[in-house]
Structure formats: structure tokens, C-alpha cells
Design a protein around this ligand. Structure first.
Ligand code: NAP
Length: 310
């Protein structure tokens, strides 16, 4: 006996788009998230690349997406961490940390991922005492201070730029001479007089006492350091694909492999958004993934119901 037609694990844009569509197609849908609805939108200050919204706060878009899905009757289990996802015959079983189990024939995995750690001495020790992975959450604690941002991708460059609204100076420290970030973001950062790029630099250590005072790095064979009040680390992303107790095909980085309909290697399980192996991690692509998976899941459930009736 299943509680729902579809369980969606993860309440970011991908999960909420999927939920909106499945609920609108009259499927009994639940979204489970370990935190509030919104996923990484909640760690994003301004969104300027989602069609139709020239500029919108991440938190506002999260709220709108959540309300939109709820309007169609989606059950929301927020602040409910998932412990494991298993399959019993054809039923997908989601075990919550609370001990409760949710069951459905279809599951859409939309759990995104977590920041990758730099793995240098001082990172763990000073986490929350100067080391951060979220500029929107922690930037305001560093008013008037000099900060280091580590990484050379979109997140590092965009969040580095954002941090200059608080910091007196932001050093973006990147291990190569070339930035991975989109040129439009790099141009904006280069035009910002508070930003200084430190390139070909390998961070070795974060040093402090009660809180961070110094970041130490190697550049051109020499060890150098900068006095900073905080270190923001944006060196990528680790997908949340380890919740599965059944084998599900994934790539070397742990990103789940799907076909063009978001179908994974396990029947009745789809993967969408940042947890899925794909070219980019954008809100627009996450929403597209969620939509495709929802339609595919609806067809699957209809076929199952037709078979049961026959
Ligand atoms: P990313 O694109 O994977 O970039 C990670 C950066 O960290 C790279 O520059 C990488 O260096 C560096 N790095 C990785 N491991 C490192 C290590 N151990 N030590 C030092 N540096 C290390 O990750 P991201 O910036 O978090 O972005 C993730 C995804 O989100 C991307 O698809 C991105 O497009 C998307 N995103 C988009 C926006 C936007 O469009 N506005 C904003 C944020 C994120 P190398 O370059 O040398 O590999």
C-alpha cells in the first residue's frame, strides 16, 4: 500500500517544479526537504537569469515557487531530513530520520548537493568562526573587513562581488591563471575596485585564534599570506546521491545519470536538477528537468494503474 503516487526528495526549484506538475496532473504528491522549501535559492541574493524575472531575490522566488506548488495540493514535509531511499518490489520507500517511512510507486530525486570542502588545515576548525560557504547567510558579519574568497567558478566570482557590499576588500584566490566563471561575471568583478584576483595561488592553510586572521597560500613557489577576517569557500559541489540504498548509475563525481526523460537506471526513479549529471546548474534547467520528470512519472503511474485495473 502506497501513501502517495509520487515522492519528491528535495524542495528546490527542480523539486518544486516537478511537484507543481505532478499535483496539477492529479497525482498525490509529497515533497520532502531537510530544511525550508527553496534549496539553493535561499543562499542566493539576487537572481538575474531566470526568464520573466529581470531581478528577483532568491528568497522571494523560493517563496513564490513553494506557494505555487502548494496551491495544487502538494503535501510539504519540510525540516524532515531523509535518512535513506530504498526500493521494495516496485515501491519506493523513503525513510525519514524521524523513523517514519513514506511509500510511492514513483520517486523524483531532486536533493541537489552540498558545497565541496577545500580540505586544508583550519577549514573545519574555523567553520562558523570566519570560514563560510554562504555569502548571503554570513556576509553581513564582515562589515568593513577584508575577506578571501576561494575558487574560480561562477559561485566564487558572483559571491565575491556580492561580498563587496560589506567588505572593504575581497581577494578572489584561484588555483589557476584562468577563471572558469562566465565572462559576464568576471567582467563585473574586474570592474569592481574592491576586488583583487590572486591567481595561480594554492591555498594551504587558514590560520587564526578564536576566529580567522590569515589565509596562507603558495604562489610561484613562495608561501604568502593575507590578513583577512573571513574566508568564503566556493570550490564546487558534491551531489546528494548517497541516500540511495539501491545501486543507481552515476558518474565519477557522484552525479546521477539519466536519459533524456530524467529516468535513472532504476525503474520508477527520476533525477532532476543539481544532483543529475548535466552541463549546467541553473534555475531554468532545474525547472525544465522537474517538468520533464513529472510528465514521465505521470505516464508511468497511469501505465501502472492501467495494468492493475486490467
Ligand atoms: P564550479 O563551476 O565547479 O567551480 C569550482 C571552482 O573551484 C573552479 O574554479 C575550480 O578550479 C575550483 N576548485 C575546485 N576544487 C578546488 C580545490 N580543491 N582547491 C582550489 N580550488 C578548487 O563550481 P561553482 O562555482 O560552485 O558552480 C557550480 C555550478 O553552479 C556551475 O554549473 C555554475 O555554472 C552554477 N552557478 C551558476 C551561477 C550563475 O549563473 N549566476 C552562480 C553560481 C553557480 P578549476 O577552475 O581549476 O577547476
Amino acid at each position: 500500500m502506497s501513501d502517495y503516487d509520487v515522492i519528491i526528495v528535495g524542495g528546490g526549484p527542480a523539486g518544486l517544479a516537478a511537484a507543481l506538475y505532478t499535483a496539477r496532473m492529479d497525482l498525490k504528491t509529497v515533497v520532502v526537504d531537510r530544511g525550508p522549501l527553496g534549496g539553493q535559492l535561499l543562499n542566493t541574493e539576487l537572481v538575474e537569469d531566470y526568464p520573466g524575472f529581470e531581478s528577483v531575490l532568491g528568497s522571494e522566488l523560493a517563496l513564490k515557487m513553494g506557494e505555487h506548488a502548494r496551491k495544487f495540493g502538494v503535501a510539504v514535509r519540510d525540516f524532515e531530513p531523509v535518512e535513506a531511499i530504498d526500493v521494495e518490489d516496485q515501491t519506493k520507500v523513503v525513510r525519514l530520520e524521524s523513523g517514519e517511512e513514506l511509500r510511492a510507486p514513483a520517486l523524483i530525486m531532486a536533493a541537489g548537493g552540498l558545497p565541496r570542502y577545500l580540505e586544508v588545515p583550519g577549514e573545519k576548525e574555523f567553520w562558523g568562526r570566519g570560514v563560510s560557504y554562504c555569502a548571503v547567510c554570513d556576509g553581513a558579519f564582515f562589515k568593513g573587513q577584508e575577506l578571501a574568497v576561494v575558487g574560480g567558478g561562477d559561485a566564487a566570482v558572483e559571491e565575491g562581488d556580492f561580498l563587496t557590499r560589506y567588505a572593504s576588500k575581497v581577494y578572489i584566490i584561484h588555483r589557476r591563471n584562468e577563471l572558469r566563471a562566465q565572462p559576464i561575471l568576471v567582467d563585473r568583478a574586474r570592474a569592481n575596485p574592491k576586488i583583487k584576483f590572486v591567481l595561480d595561488a594554492h591555498v594551504k592553510e587558514i590560520v587564526g585564534e578564536d576566529k580567522v586572521h590569515v589565509i596562507r597560500y603558495e604562489q610561484g613557489g613562495a608561501t604568502k599570506e593575507l590578513r583577512v577576517g573571513g574566508v568564503f569557500i566556493f570550490v564546487g559541489f558534491v551531489p546528494n546521491s548517497k541516500l540511495f540504498k539501491v545501486h543507481i548509475d552515476h558518474d565519477a563525481g557522484g552525479y546521477i545519470l539519466t536519459d533524456r526523460n530524467m529516468q535513472t537506471s532504476v525503474e520508477g526513479i527520476w533525477a532532476v536538477g543539481d544532483v543529475r549529471a548535466q552541463l549546467t546548474k541553473q534555475i531554468a534547467t532545474a525547472v525544465g528537468d522537474g517538468t520533464t520528470a513529472a510528465v514521465a512519472a505521470a505516464m508511468y503511474i497511469t501505465a501502472l494503474k492501467d495494468t492493475a485495473r486490467a
